[in-house]
Design a protein around this ligand. Structure first.
Ligand code: UD1
Length: 442
């Protein structure tokens, strides 16, 4: 089995160019289904990550022609022929559920199973289904599949009980081709929703309001092709900033939109990290880590749940006690047991984790229980005494492009080990070997 071997104690130094956001790319790839043009869609700034390859496979199974090279995706939907996604493909990725909206809009029917993806607690899809029904879809279960069909979607006024990112995206992609007007109240406000709106409008849709809690969509007859550049990944950027901070190093993330990380910057500053904000960059300089009192994950513009686990790794090293409240997902603390194997002192009660700071982290064998948990364990490994082995790194490869190679360039001692090479093969690990680790840790 492939794993990362991390030798801790080396301060990271240097800069990282951040590529497109996974969570923008996935819905935008699905939105390519809506294109009824003869020309293909071209998406730029696409990271070479596991989730992109999986989504590509799902779209190909529906008949789309999809090719990827040099961070550019081409999607041709002229031969869209199937309306079923197999259970095997569905279970690989939660975001496959957002295929429902564009499929209903384009073909009037779709057949899927309950989605899989990261194991971070129950992830119901009731809001997706209720919203699609409001737009005129009939939905039922048949032999383990969820089947939806419609003679034609029609605009509606929808009130989401919770600003779900996925449900907002699904409804947006369904409503763009519905007859009449749709209003979505209590919509998610994430930058990825704004990106999806901009992409759909570039295809000819009439959507406004993204970034606020009310989306207004005027249905159009058809959508066409376009060329589009995905926004940078704020979660990847935050992860590298925290990697710099946990090692006491100086790391700059470039090519980003700093305002997307306002809540993260504020919390890191509260934790004593000194940050410099540039026009399209953020730098971690240094600082003395301290506890944050309470950190609560929230929908955007609050602190993102996807950076809760890397931030927890950081706070294990801070002076004092921090409370972390996970209010978005029910069971997103699986990394706690793994961090405890590394000598972190954390206790969990319900949705709150109490982190006792100043831990001397020790290398251990740990497992990435989900994508961001995996990133947190790598960060802890970078700051730990000795060697950490992170298993199940397929989760990390789903959302971080060449994490090991990028970290090596920053001076981290991390290698990929095992028979499988990264899905992003084609690049060589730099010549660092655990046995060659110099004896002067920073
Ligand atoms: C997306 C992101 C994920 C991020 C999350 C929250 C993608 C591909 N994934 O996931 O990285 O962590 O937003 O920022 O963009 N819920 C319901 N019913 C529903 C839908 C959601 O109860 O029908 C609940 C979920 O169980 C969860 C909460 O709403 O507790 C947030 O989920 P949601 O915003 O939908 O997250 P995702 O779109 O799955």
């Amino acid at each position: 089995m492939t794993c990362f071997i991390v030798e801790g104690g080396y301060a990271l130094e240097g800069s990282v160019e951040v590529k497109g956001a996974k969570n923008s790319m996935l819905p935008i790839m699905a939105a390519a289904i809506l294109n009824s043009d003869k020309r293909e869609i071209e998406l730029e700034n696409i990271p070479d990550i596991g989730d992109m390859h999986m989504k590509k496979k799902i779209l190909q199974s529906l008949g789309l022609q999809v090719s990827y090279a040099s961070n550019v995706l081409h999607l041709d939907s002229r031969e869209l022929c199937s309306h079923t996604i197999s259970a095997a493909l569905m279970k690989e990725m939660r975001s496959s559920i957002i295929i429902m909206g564009p499929m209903l809009a384009r073909l009037g029917k779709v057949r899927v199973t309950y989605p899989g993806g990261c194991s971070i607690g129950p992830r119901p899809i009731d809001l997706h289904l209720k919203g699609l029904e409001a737009l005129g879809a009939r939905i039922w279960e048949e032999k383990g599949f969820i089947v939806a069909s419609t003679p034609g979607l029609r605009g509606a006024e929808i009130h989401l009980d919770y600003p779900s990112v996925g449900a907002t995206e699904n409804l947006l992609m369904a409503a763009v081709l519905a007859r009449g007007n749709t209003v979505v109240h209590n919509a998610a406000r994430e930058p990825e929703i704004v990106d999806l709106q901009n992409f759909l409008n570039a295809m000819g849709a009439q959507v406004r309001g993204a970034g606020t809690e009310t989306l207004r969509i005027k249905g159009v007859e058809a959508l066409g092709s376009c060329r589009y550049r995905i926004i940078p990944d704020r979660i990847v950027a935050g992860t590298y900033l925290m990697a710099g901070a946990i090692t006491g190093g100086r790391v700059t993330v470039r090519g980003i939109i700093p305002s997307h990380l306002d809540a993260v910057v504020a919390k890191m500053q509260e934790a004593g990290v000194v940050l410099e904000v540039g026009e399209d960059s953020l730098s971690v300089l240094n600082g003395r880590l301290k506890a944050v009192g309470t950190l609560r994950t929230l929908p955007y513009p609050g602190f993102p749940t996807d950076l809760q686990s890397p931030m927890m790794a950081l706070l294990t090293r801070a002076g004092g006690r921090s409370n972390i409240v996970e209010s978005v997902f029910e069971a997103r603390f699986k990394h706690v047991e793994e961090l405890k194997r590394m000598n972190a002192r954390i206790s969990v009660e319900g949705r709150t984790a109490l982190v006792e700071g100043c831990a001397v982290l020790k290398g251990a064998v740990v497992s990435a229980t989900d994508l961001r948990a995996g990133a947190a364990l790598v960060l802890a490994g970078l700051a730990a005494e000795g060697t950490t082995i992170v298993k199940e790194i397929r989760h990390i490869d789903r959302g971080y492009e060449y994490l090991d190679l990028t970290m090596q360039k920053l001076g981290a001692h991390i290698i990929r080990s095992g028979e499988e090479q990264p899905a992003q093969a084609g690049q060589q690990n730099v010549a660092w070997n655990v046995a060659d680790v110099p004896s002067h840790p920073a």
